[in-house]
Ligand binder design. Structure first.
Ligand code: F6R
Length: 366
């Protein structure tokens, strides 16, 4: 049932080219520059005129929501707020009939996310779901939704469900952008053509497995680890840190790279591995100076870089290459080596990768 893999988590990491392909199927038409989302089609007029979108979720799904914020603001030009469901539900938030709330949940059963939906619904908001488990409670509570179609996820740590959530959010951003005219059709043709090739690029990113395994040997006994990224690399850093802590029990924190100097920099010494998302995109130069700051304090830098990178390689202790891609798709690719890193470190530490202590696959109590 693990298809020859040692753990479900590894199997699910390797399934991602296929799960993303399944998620895209029937939804993108690159040649025509068209996105089709049957699930939310009837709300298209509402989406054309909304003032803001609120995303609610927990854990990894909340990280996907943060990526969604970047994408929706960039391509649909609608302000987005991303909320922890547990905080949102108890805060007496301001919600009106004009709002669209997007609830993200792999299991579709998370108690806090369900309660947040119920509250927003009572206040008249339109609720969309992004869920993986078909027919779960959340899809039944929402007005409309888009399934991730990642297939069953058995490993407690979310991997393929996360990338499928990000894929759906990308589609939603493009779909609304297409309807509102905030993306030109030529741009959409270009983006969708590239999105169509992302499963193949994920396949290439998976080839980093051997080098990631070697790096894991070096850091398996670390007690702490910092993850840094900018832009949509920031939620990727958060997700990398969460994965590492939940399955290997190493204390890890994710930060926007520029926040480092406002506190976490005090932690850096030769014992501190710092994983940096340093791919070639609009924040590349800024990230390079953050790497220099870490190196100046003797931190050990593990960088996720774009294939063929030269600059970061001069500074970082270890580099993991991923294929070049439009910034919109960076989270889908940069996440892959971080999943592998947490997996190998956990295996080397003898941890129960698929069933980490104290965690459950669906959190049905608040
Ligand atoms: C992390 C993880 C959890 C879940 C969170 C939300 O790997 O699995 O953080 O993401 O419990 O679960 P869902 O998405 O089922 O609502």
């Amino acid at each position: 049932e693990k298809g020859g893999y040692d753990h479900f988590m590894l199997k699910e990491i390797y399934e991602q080219p296929r799960s993303i392909r399944d998620c895209l199927r029937g939804r993108i038409y690159p040649e025509e520059g068209k996105v089709q989302l049957g699930g939310i089609k009837e709300f298209v007029d509402k989406l054309k005129n909304i003032d803001r979108i609120i995303i609610v979720a927990c854990g990894t799904s909340w990280h996907a929501g943060l990526v969604g914020e970047y994408l929706i603001e960039e391509y649909a030009r609608i302000p987005v707020e991303v909320e922890y469901a547990s905080e949102f539900r108890y805060r007496n938030p301001i919600i009106t009939e004009k709002d669209v709330v997007i609830a993200i949940s792999q299991s579709g059963e998370t108690a806090d996310t369900m309660a947040a939906i119920e509250m927003a619904k009572e206040k008249g908001a339109t609720i969309f779901g992004i869920c993986n488990v078909v027919g779960a409670s959340i899809p039944r509570l929402t007005h409309a939704g888009v399934y991730t179609h990642a297939g069953p996820e058995i490993g407690v740590a979310s991997t393929k469900a996360f990338t499928a959530q990000v894929t759906v959010l990308t589609l939603i951003a493009f779909y609304i952008g297409q309807q509102r005219g905030t993306i030109t059709s030529s741009k959409l043709i270009e983006l969708l053509t590239e999105l169509d090739s992302i499963p193949d690029k994920i396949q290439i990113a998976l080839k980093s497995n051997d080098i990631v395994k070697e790096i894991s040997e070096k850091f398996k006994d670390s007690r702490n680890c910092l993850f840094l990224g900018r832009g949509s690399g920031f939620p990727v850093a958060l997700e990398g840190a969460l994965k590492l802590k939940e399955i290997s029990y190493i204390h890890a924190e994710g930060y926007p790279a520029a926040e480092m100097k406002h506190g976490p920099i005090a932690l850096i010494d030769e014992e501190m591995p710092v994983v940096v998302i340093a791919t070639k995109n609009s924040s590349y130069e800024k990230v390079i100076s953050n790497i220099q700051e870490v190196k100046a304090r003797k931190g050990v830098v593990i960088a996720i870089v774009t294939e063929g990178d030269i600059e970061v390689k001069k500074m970082a202790d270890y580099c993991i290459e991923i294929p070049d891609a439009n910034e919109a798709f960076l989270p889908l690719l940069a996440t892959i080596p971080l999943q592998l890193l947490s997996y190998h470190i956990a295996v080397l530490r003898g941890c129960n990768v698929d069933q980490p202590r104290n965690l459950a696959k669906s959190v049905t109590v608040e």
